[in-house]
Write a protein that binds this ligand. Sequence first.
Ligand SMILES: Cc1cc2nc3c(=O)[nH]c(=O)nc-3n(C[C@H](O)[C@H](O)[C@H](O)COP(=O)(O)OP(=O)(O)OC[C@H]3O[C@@H](n4cnc5c(N)ncnc54)[C@H](O)[C@@H]3O)c2cc1C
Length: 381
Amino acid sequence: MDFELTEQQRLMVAAVRELAEREFKPHLAEWDRTRTFPRAEVAKKLRGLGVLGMTLPREYGGAGLPFFDYILALEQLARASHPAALVLASSCGGPVHHLLEFGSPEVKARFLPGLAGGETMCAIAMSESEAGSDTGAIQTRGRLEGDELVIDGHKLWVGGSGAFELMVAYVRMSDAPGTDGIGSVLLHRDTPGLRYGRTLEMMGLRAIPRAEILFEDCRVPATHILTRPGQFKQLINSFNGERIHNAMFCVGQGQAALEEGLSYARMRKQFGRRIGDFQGIRWKLADMGMKLAAARLLVYLAARKFSDGQDAALEASMAKTFAAEAAFEVAHQALQICGANGFSSGSRIEVLFREIRAHMLGGGSVEVVRNYIGKRMMDGE
Ligand SMILES: Cc1cc2nc3c(=O)[nH]c(=O)nc-3n(C[C@H](O)[C@H](O)[C@H](O)COP(=O)(O)OP(=O)(O)OC[C@H]3O[C@@H](n4cnc5c(N)ncnc54)[C@H](O)[C@@H]3O)c2cc1C
């Protein structure tokens, strides 16, 4: 498979990299510490480059570019700032695919242009207190009453909950057991009966708001239903793009961690020499570089296949799992190289270490995605 970039892709990558370095990278620790990020400003800057919504059809405000181009841009943003990269991801990534594939013409016309332009962002609400890896245990219920879906239940850990304007929620819509009874629905933050409870503080990714979601007699137009019971497999398949972009978050953030370790190894002197002149440190750097290069290639492979409309479920899962573990190993070793300075609260590597750790759980834990990879290898489906 050919990963040679076209001239246009090279120029786009260079422009995103330059903007990300200048505008977003300096705020990594500050946004983490203050638990905020100015997403409207980020969106404005990304809009200026024309990358927001780049993969969406032109009729919804996109540029109709391949998914692979989006992944290239995402790498540069993730290397500088996870929250900034999330603004691009929300305009091209998971929920957008979901709306494109399952939304009615009215839903697409009404909501996709705002997502493409970064004026609105969309959360994915799946997890509950008793339904983490086991999506079939979802208890939040939706019942049809006339032309409305009435939802009762709760969601936890949802990135952007309470702040992002839109949410795709996974809801039990029939008595069919497990995942067979689950459908999905698009909600606006201001829907009657939708409330946000306690703030959920996490170890990393602190700039992304997260609040408990409470549905109490929450009424959504039935036309906002995206998938119905019996469509769960299609629903999950529409998230292959999400897995690939999660994997690219790992590679971009892993690259940032590697660069922190490398620059410290070049600068820090002990025993009269740069620590990077010791073989013990060089071998660490070599392993970090190799792991990250392999992860990047796996993400490119999955992204190319997905971009070309091929079945990329296996490669997406492999890329997500491999890249999450590679990035974590890189962050772990980079922090070790940076010594006590790295372990200090608010240092770049300390923030990156906490952020990168999240990818072993979020978007499907490495164990559960491994189960899927193993199943595909054994059963071939
Ligand atoms: C940073 C972050 C962001 C998140 N963002 C969102 C979001 O935006 N929207 C959302 O809906 N949710 C979100 N989540 C929740 C996430 O989807 C869940 O954490 C994940 O599905 C795992 O569920 P759990 O944490 O309840 O762990 P559990 O499912 O309880 O699992 C606990 C441990 O057991 C392991 N385990 C479970 N089942 C198996 C098995 N069959 N085989 C082997 N090991 C197993 C898991 O891998 C894990 O290590 C986020 C989580 C994190 C950490």
